[in-house]
Design a protein around this ligand. Structure first.
Ligand SMILES: [Zn+2]
Length: 167
């Protein structure tokens, strides 16, 4: 493996190789998120979380390699909040969840992305307070939820979300 060759395990358990940063690699097609890109506009793309097989766990990422909202132009800032609103509405409309937790790292070395994490009943039952247990819930999903049944549910939701977002 060459120095700049990186690997990541996707929601199906398949190892994918990439050379750029994750966000750029998804944008340029080197990495293929499950369900592919669900929506894109001038500045952003939307896809299922790459690694965590939770139904309706959706990522909004910049097309260009920006790291912070502070790096956005005024147009991009408006575009971003309108898109968050659009994706949340679509996720509610297709019945993924009615409540979400938005997680966004603001780091100098990570391609900008916001995660829309659905608050689901099974998470509350198994882990209690969802926001306090995001890491444990994701680890649990990676460990236990790469099942054909769950993957087919993710695929179904990706298809519905794609249709809803592109209406
Ligand atoms: Zn990047």
């Amino acid at each position: 493996m060459s120095e700049n060759k990186k690997q990541i395990i996707d929601v199906t358990g398949t190892v994918q190789n990439y050379t750029s940063c994750m966000g750029c690699s998804i944008k340029n097609g080197e990495l293929k998120p499950y369900g592919n890109i669900l929506f894109e506009d001038e500045n952003f793309y939307v896809c299922q979380d790459f690694e965590v097989p939770i139904v309706g766990f959706i990522i909004i990422s910049t097309k260009s390699h920006l790291c912070s909202i502070n790096d956005f132009s005024s147009d991009q800032k408006v575009n971003f909040i309108m898109l968050v609103d659009k994706v949340l509405k679509a996720l509610k409309t297709i019945g993924v969840a009615q409540e979400f937790i938005l997680v966004q790292g603001e780091r100098n070395d990570i391609h900008f992305h916001t995660s829309l994490f659905p608050r689901k009943e099974w998470m509350k039952e198994k882990f209690g307070r969802v926001i306090s247990n995001l890491k444990q819930i994701q680890d649990y999903a990676i460990e236990n939820m790469k099942t054909p049944k769950n993957l087919s549910e993710i695929a179904k939701i990706c298809k519905l979300l794609k249709e809803e977002l592109n209406k």
